[in-house]
Design a protein around this ligand. Sequence first.
Ligand code: SF4
Length: 341
Amino acid sequence: MARQSPLAPSATQLRLLRATASFPPFEVLMEQAGLHPLRATGITVFQINVGKLCNQTCRHCHVDAGPDRGESMSRETAELCVRALAETDIPTVDITGGAPELNPNFRWLVEQAHGLNRHVMDRCNLSVLLLPSQADLAEFLAAHRVEIIASLPYYRAPQTDAQRGEGVFNKSLEGLRRLNQLGYGKPDSGLVLNLVHNPVGAFLPPKQDAIELQFRRELRSKHDIEFNHLYTITNMPISRFLEFLVESGNYEAYMQRLANAFNAAAASGVMCRYTLSVGWDGTLYDCDFNQMLDLPVGLGVPRHIRDFNPSQLEQRTIVTGNHCYGCTAGAGSSCGGAVTS
Ligand code: SF4
């Protein structure tokens, strides 16, 4: 947005994604798989995107987040989220951003959701734990048993820094050490620390089990760091990664690669089927990716958290498009209900 990239407006991204000269429309493959139109199966994850402010500016960020972004969930909207949550028994609250911890209402949201006995997940970029203003953040998260989902593109500095910024790898390790010291990632502590790997380039991710073993071996032997699980996610062809694909001449080939890897089993389990995603201004979406493309939930169901109606929303038809190929390629990319920023 700040660079005034021609692809910054979501409408331009959608126009590009809709031109399908070299790959079939997503809906065609979904129809063949018996999954069109795609329908929600319920709501077990209540995802709250509290805004686009972040202390990092990662190259592949699907949120186009950064230190200069002012979009931020207000207390009033956060209260509407908690009120909606309290009306339901949705078990999981998934808080994302930006760096969600930088929102002034983040800790209040965690306390409220924890008080309602919901499992809380935080999409943490790790370096935020080192900010002077967040000196007690790790202890706060541990005290509220918050599950941490942390992006770490690779277990070596060059690849991670190339994607997330100079020096981010070492800061990430420092953040992981702090979490480990509190028990995160350690057996029997009940404090869950999961990592997320995404490819550094226009590739599909490797098999999850194999890369998890590599991450565990390298982080343990070289840095004495422990974690619970590693998720692999596919880079979504939206926002900054879409810009990268176009500028590097990889767009068509990448979309064909995703379409060729379409997996009906992955398609039937995509996270939008069990997630409701709330934007920083209270608008409702099927997922965080649709949120970034300004594609709210379909017509005929409430579109703002103030009008929350679980019985209508849990049976809604999902708004899909060609970006959805990023969720259905190979083993899928739902990351345990997780989307990292
Ligand atoms: S991009 Fe969103 S709507 Fe599309 S399949 Fe993935 S989770 Fe569902």
